[in-house]
Each structure stands twice: as C-alpha cells, then as structure tokens.
Design a protein around this ligand. Sequence first.
Ligand code: E4P
Length: 216
Amino acid sequence: MKFFVDTADTKDIADLAATGLIDGVTTNPSLIAKSGRPFAEVIAEICGLTDGPVSAEVVAIDAEGMISEGRKLAKIAENVAVKLPLTWDGLKACRTLADEGIPVNVTLCFSANQALLAAKAGAAFISPFIGRLDDIHIDGMELIQEIRQIYDNYMFETEILAASIRSPNHVKLSALAGADVMTAPPAVIRSLVSHPLTDKGLEIFLADAKKAGIKV
Ligand code: E4P
C-alpha cells in the first residue's frame, strides 16, 4: 500500500519523507490556503521533496478552465498529478488531460458509480473521501470495498486512493479493503507507530540491559 501525506506543510513533508515511508503527497485548496504561501511556489517545493506524485487541485469549474489550469500545473514539475473534482466537467477534463499523458487524481468521490465514471475517464487515481462519509453516518469503508470490487471486475488500472483518512483505524481498514494508496494528515501517519506495549516492552528491556551492564 502506498502512503501519501495529505498536507501542504513542507516541513512536515520533509520530516516524513526522511523515513522513506512516503510515496507521494496530496494537497487541496484548503490545505494550500492554510500554508499561507503562493500556490505554484508551494507545489514546486513539495515536488522537490518527493519523487512520487504530488496532487495539485484546479479551481476552475468548467472543463476548458480545468484543462488549461491542469496543463499549467503539470508544467510545474514532472511529478504533478492534476486533481479534478468529480463533476461532468471534471470527467471531460480528466479524459483530455489523461490522453495528453498527464496523471489525474479525481477527487471528492462519494459513490461507487462516481468511481466507475472516473476510471472510464482515464483517471490515474480516484479519491473516495472516507471521513466525510463517516461524518454523515455513511460507512466510508464500504465504499472502498465496492470500488475495489468494481475495478477488479473490469481490470481498471485506476488506483484507489483512500482519502479523508482521520484515524489509524481508517488506515487499517483501507489496507484490508485493498485500497492501493491512502493519504492521511502527518499526525495520523505518525500515530501509526504507537503502541503502549511497545513503549512498555522497550522500557523493560532497557532497564534490564542497564542492570546487567549490557553494552553493544
Ligand atoms: C484528499 O486528497 C483530501 O485532501 C483530504 O483527504 C480531505 O480530508 P478531510 O475530509 O479530512 O478534509
């Protein structure tokens, strides 16, 4: 399973990239706004911190506008993936950009039929938003399972990018459901390593080593 980090905070990205566990980055207009930095500048910097895909989202809502913004974003760096919303215009733009060899991440996916359309439009990634479905009492994980089954039935190559991940449990369930990628905020990724028994066990081992004077 690939791990993308969902942030536009370059310090966090650099810190996590140093672990060798990060395969790409996703951003959205809200995350870019939070960074307080110019869009193209921050995307260019992020692209230099990872060799993996960096999702940069358009803000146009018509197909032509999305295509022109997508081409512009793709010129920032070779590893930009253009993020487009799951609308008819987004799907039209997806087909055009995909035919030009530009990888597209179709975002704001909340149903299996939407995911089917994105795959047919040539998306490199489909981003089902788990947390936002859970927020309205719909099981986000069920959506990942449905999309996995549909994509496997027809051998679509579009990668399922589990997004809007809010907890370690979301990561585990996405992996069990066969998501190809998950994107999560830095804090969620960092929390994956924690287990109280690991901390406790290490404390005991170190105390015993100290008592016995063990040196390596
Ligand atoms: C993914 O690409 C989105 O940027 C992100 O996962 C949205 O997460 P949220 O619903 O927690 O804002």
